[in-house]
Design a binder for this molecule. Sequence first.
Ligand code: ADP
Ligand code: ASP
Ligand code: MG
Length: 401
Amino acid sequence: MTIVVQKYGGTSLSTTKRIKEVTERILEEKRKGNQVVVVVSAMGSSTDSLVEMSKDVSSHPDPREMDMLLSTGEQVTSSLVALALRDQGADALSLTGEQAGIHTEETFGDASISFIDTPKIKVHLDENKIVVVAGFQGVSEKGEICTLGRGGSDTTAASLAAELHADRCEIFTDVEGVFTADPRVVKEAKKIPELTYKQMQDLADMGAGVVHPRAVLYAYRNNVPLFVRSSFDQQEGTRIDHFREQTNVTGIAVEKDLTCVTIIGKEKTNLSEEASAMIKIIEAAGIAIRRALIIEDRYSFSFIIQSKELKQTYSLLQGRPWISKVSYENRAAVSIVFSHERLANVSNRLGRILMTKRDRADIIFHSPRVWRIIVPEYELALTAQLLHDAFIEKPNLSISL
Ligand code: ADP
Ligand code: ASP
Ligand code: MG
């Protein structure tokens, strides 16, 4: 029997009315005679609200307790969806990550799935039940609840689809598919009907939050076709599969909430040595440097991190005798994701396009397929629009790169 995995994101489940509407779509799939596994996110922005509440009660929230807290959001929706389905006469049951057999490494807040004990779900599917799994969570060997990183319900869905040998994995969200840029930032962005796993992976890695990068990886490794579709209408959406790459430029991805940390060293400091030692310490603490270190001049250097990691970074910098001053600025990254390796002359062309901007932009060669531009946060939309216009809406420009 064909298995279909459907994942519904927070906006698709933001109210009980939305939950009832979603059950219609689940039942439609079931009526086709398929076995259906549903993976749900927490309601609306309830995960953000839980994070805020934790900050009200604790200045340094403990990672284990955070996962205990955050995993509750998905348990609420999974049981509400199962209740709504049962109300329609369907045989449905909800499962926590642990009940669904999802085992993870013990990394609180960003665990990866180590294996899935599939019989735990199959037994219910074989009884013709609709199984509703709480996304974003699993259990470690020691029995601790671990969450899979923000946006991690996508990962639950893709890995379940892979392990259950599902026919497809459908990611239902609040946009009609994957666009050439975030449609909330660039209004001219167009829906892309087909993408290769690699193209989607590059977009997701560069911040296109519509699908979690790990979900794309699981789907790719296990040849599961991924569909990104709107839960608000019946449109086709985007299919992510093994295709031949057609276009020159896949899209423009934006990443918000970055911080540029600039450190000014004391005179007579051997800055390059101290700087690389410092970066090693920061990375060893699990903080990803989103842009390689840049020595600005003899006395200062900068690096970019996600803003949520600023507090921890700051505590690592404390008490270093060679540091004279530390400053921070809000930054964002805009990336051009190419479908083929594009090296020649991109930097010059980018320089010319970005000259029209008011503020400085740092152009970074990220990989043969990606160029990344770091700008002040308030210039994010303008920069994304400029690049979308130059590389996507006027394709002749990019062909002559
Ligand atoms: P969900 O709650 O369904 O998981 P997310 O907020 O995680 O939804 O992802 C959907 C959002 O992703 C969209 O509302 C859109 O703003 C954003 N997004 C970013 N880049 C893209 C893109 N290239 N195409 C479509 N949506 C994008
Ligand atoms: N609820 C979690 C989050 O907001 C997981 C998800 O939505 O996929 O990040
Ligand atoms: Mg999401």
